[in-house]
Write a protein that binds this ligand. Structure first.
Ligand SMILES: Cc1cc2nc3c(=O)[nH]c(=O)nc-3n(C[C@H](O)[C@H](O)[C@H](O)COP(=O)(O)OP(=O)(O)OC[C@H]3O[C@@H](n4cnc5c(N)ncnc54)[C@H](O)[C@@H]3O)c2cc1C
Length: 305
């Protein structure tokens, strides 16, 4: 799960940049646990000098896990250093805290007839970013149509409803990254391991390619094997959605109602499970092309070190 604490404060003179993920310190002990803190900061919509800052960490829930209160105490100490400000110069508009649970087998299938989980309760959000609202908007079109068709056809048994929250290899494979970013007391890795891992990952993502083996050092062979299975499925779903979908889609309207409902959900599972629902805009495609060619743009890694 992910624990997050933070504030929205007024009084930031420098408020033109954002950090999606920032880490400036090695893993540290809080209570009986070892935690790696990450930060996020961005201008808030409420005013030009208002800024939201979050401190978050990934942990495995167990007795002795850090409490939000303990994290908030660290936040008051560390946030001024992170942002180069003093709380004496800031007006606290809002204090934010939360616990994001995540499930290894997300999204959660419907367990009962006529009952469907929706939003965060369905576990459809990324176990790394926990941006559940963004995730919900991404799936809204698919879910709206699917729920409408389930109601219209009276396909409200748990099996039919579960097809609205299908297995998605892209979601399952991102689980590994959360595991790799959780500090573990018993593991024999140095305290700067997670920062080094992130550094290597971001460099590799920039080059769009080189496999990064280091996450595997920390998570263990069983998790690695499970992740590898999801990774294979990701390729399989990409193949199915790219090549089989166009062959089947034109025939679907001629199928009987239940079969049509099931095939539509199946095609959606391939598409969303492979991440092919997301279309890059021309400007985003241009940015990606630039990033894949390091000679055109230098990726700053200072913030990750
Ligand atoms: C600090 C923080 C920052 C976040 N930042 C982002 C972000 O930047 N981008 C993003 O996409 N997402 C973000 N999220 C996540 C986002 O807020 C959630 O994914 C989203 O609110 C989920 O919406 P939901 O309707 O599924 O669930 P919720 O918003 O949790 O709504 C569930 C509702 O059900 C009610 N409820 C619970 N049990 C019962 C019951 N038994 N009977 C009746 N009512 C009940 C709850 O009180 C609640 O109002 C953030 C979350 C937090 C905590």
């Amino acid at each position: 799960m992910c624990l997050v604490v933070g504030t929205c404060c007024r009084g930031f003179k420098e408020n033109s940049t954002s950090d999606v993920i920032f880490s400036s310190a090695t893993a540290k002990e809080v209570g009986q646990s070892l935690v790696q803190y990450f930060w996020e900061a961005f201008p808030a919509g409420s005013g030009p000098i208002d800024r939201t800052t979050y401190m978050f960490t990934y942990v495995d829930p167990q007795p002795g896990s850090p409490q939000l209160e303990e994290l908030l105490e660290d936040y008051w100490d560390l946030m001024p250093k992170y942002q180069g400000v003093s709380f004496d110069d800031l007006e606290i508009l809002r204090i934010i805290f939360g616990i994001f649970p995540t499930y290894r087998d997300s999204p959660l299938p419907a367990a009962f007839d006529r009952i469907l989980q929706f939003g965060d309760a369905s576990g459809i959000q990324s176990p790394v970013s926990f941006g559940g609202f963004g995730s919900l908007t991404r799936h809204l079109g698919r879910l709206t149509t699917g729920i409408y068709e389930a109601l219209e056809g009276n396909f409200l048994d748990s099996k039919s409803l579960s097809m609205l929250n299908p297995y998605m290899p892209n979601l399952s494979s991102s689980w590994l990254f959360q595991r790799a970013m959780s500090a573990k007391k018993q593991s024999n890795v140095p305290p700067d391991f997670i920062n080094e891992l992130l550094f290597a990952n971001f460099i590799s993502m920039q080059k769009l390619g080189d496999p990064v083996l280091r996450p595997f050092l920390q998570v263990g062979i069983p998790v690695l094997l499970e992740w590898f299975g999801h990774f294979i499925m990701l390729g399989y779903y990409t193949f199915l959605s790219t090549f089989l979908d166009p062959t089947i889609r034109p025939l679907i309207e001629s199928f009987p109602a239940k079969m049509r409902y099931e095939w539509k959900r199946g095609l959606e599972a391939w598409q969303y499970g492979a991440g092919l629902d997301y279309k890059l805009s021309p400007s985003e495609a241009h940015e990606t092309a630039k990033r894949s060619d390091p000679s055109k743009e230098i990726f700053s890694t200072d913030s990750l070190k």
